[in-house]
Design a protein around this ligand. Structure first.
Ligand code: SF4
Length: 86
């Protein structure tokens, strides 16, 4: 089963909450700074982006969140091939 890597540039988040509206399972607004948090994601020290690996079953909902983000800071890659899915 294909795995996907989601990357999230949290520094660019403008707190629009669109991601939360379409995918509340993975996205929550942080009460402290109003920015979105991606569940279970860890910050990659090299890129500064938050990353998490998801399964195929999560892809559609995660893609929906990436698509509605007004500043397009959520991206999705095939974890094996590196091909960008969004
Ligand atoms: S949709 Fe984009 S800008 Fe809005 S809260 Fe989510 S990540 Fe941040």
């Amino acid at each position: 089963m294909t795995k996907y890597k989601v990357t999230y540039d949290r520094d660019g988040c403008i707190s629009a909450a669109a991601c939360v509206a379409v995918n509340a399972k993975w996205w929550v607004l942080d009460a402290a700074d109003g920015r979105a948090n991606l569940l279970n994601a860890e910050k990659n020290p090299e890129t500064g982006l938050f990353e998490v690996i998801i399964g195929e079953g999560e892809l559609a909902a995660m893609k929906a969140a990436a698509e509605v983000c007004p500043v397009l800071i959520i991206h999705i890659y095939n974890a094996e091939t590196g091909e960008q899915v969004f």
